[in-house]
Write a protein that binds this ligand. Structure first.
Ligand code: SAM
Length: 258
């Protein structure tokens, strides 16, 4: 088993054609029925990339995530805390602000936080980042996995408010939440052009076969200036079901093809 140089506390083990991923932990406990193994006096929890877009992006070879052991992370769409539980071990000297708007799952998060002391559960709507300004500080990483139609704008609103200059924004995008009838590649292309206006997209991976029709975008803030949302093209769907950006994009490669 070898530690992945670019991702602290993340280890990979190659067995034949299979690769298994493990996260170094201090917990003997299995939180989601995952394997916990001991090697050379250290403990490791096995993470399944089919259950986590963050770890699927690592399995797909993402070059950087900007996550360090002492990072502060705002995690939007925490659900029951599967990925959060592993991320808490990755950022073992950092903090996670784990938010979801569904009370049932936040209840599970509260239980998780009894063991993972560096996670703070928040019951709120990611579409209203002003609601949690009293509990969330400026962070090194904003991660979002909420599967909503307006997820890119919601992501940028949170980056605008909480991401430090030089911090990383990571967007896990579910194409079919934006439009179930469209080719996911079109949606990824237009999403990227939205992000490009205000962020430097430093890497991007489609997540199949771990998650069909999903992609992860890793971005860095271009500047600490407030984001001018009027400059960001919206995705609109015309009556023939063609995606049309409302504005022309600065990058020709992302202009709508006629
Ligand atoms: C796909 S699940 C997230 C899975 C989780 N990231 C993981 O890897 O374990 C999406 C979650 O986003 C939450 N969600 C959707 N829209 C939201 C919003 N506007 N604000 C907060 N949470 C939201 C849902 O309640 C759901 O729990």
């Amino acid at each position: 088993m070898e530690e992945m140089k670019k991702f602290p506390n993340v280890f990979e083990e190659k067995k034949g054609r299979n690769i298994f991923y493990f996260i170094r932990t201090n917990d003997k406990k299995s939180f989601f029925e995952e394997r916990v193994i001991s090697k050379k006096g250290e403990l490791f929890r096995e993470v399944d990339p089919e259950r986590s877009k963050l770890f699927a992006s690592i399995a797909k070879g993402i070059s950087q995530l900007g996550i360090k052991q002492d990072s502060k992370v705002l995690y939007l769409g925490a659900s029951h805390g599967y990925t959060v539980s592993f991320l808490a071990d990755v950022v073992c000297n950092g903090e996670i602000y784990a938010l979801d708007f569904a009370p049932r799952v936040v209840r599970d998060l509260v239980f998780l936080c009894e063991d993972k002391k560096n996670v703070a559960p928040i019951l709120d709507d990611a579409n209203h980042p002003e609601n949690y300004k009293d509990v969330v500080p400026k962070v090194d990483v904003v991660f979002m996995d909420i599967a909503q139609r307006e997820q890119t704008k919601i992501f940028l609103k949170n980056c605008d408010m909480y991401l430090k200059e030089g911090g990383f924004g990571i967007l896990a995008l579910k194409a079919r939440s934006i439009d179930v009838t469209r080719n996911p590649k079109d949606i990824f292309r237009i999403t990227r052009s939205q992000l490009d206006v205000v962020m430097n997209v430093v890497d991007y991976r489609e997540l199949a076969p771990f998650e069909q029709d999903h992609a992860v975008f890793v971005c860095k803030r271009k500047s600490s200036e407030p984001i001018d949302f009027l400059n960001i093209p919206s995705i609109v769907v015309d009556q023939k079901k063609n995606f049309l950006p409302r504005k022309e994009f600065s990058k020709p490669s992302f202009r709508k093809r006629h």
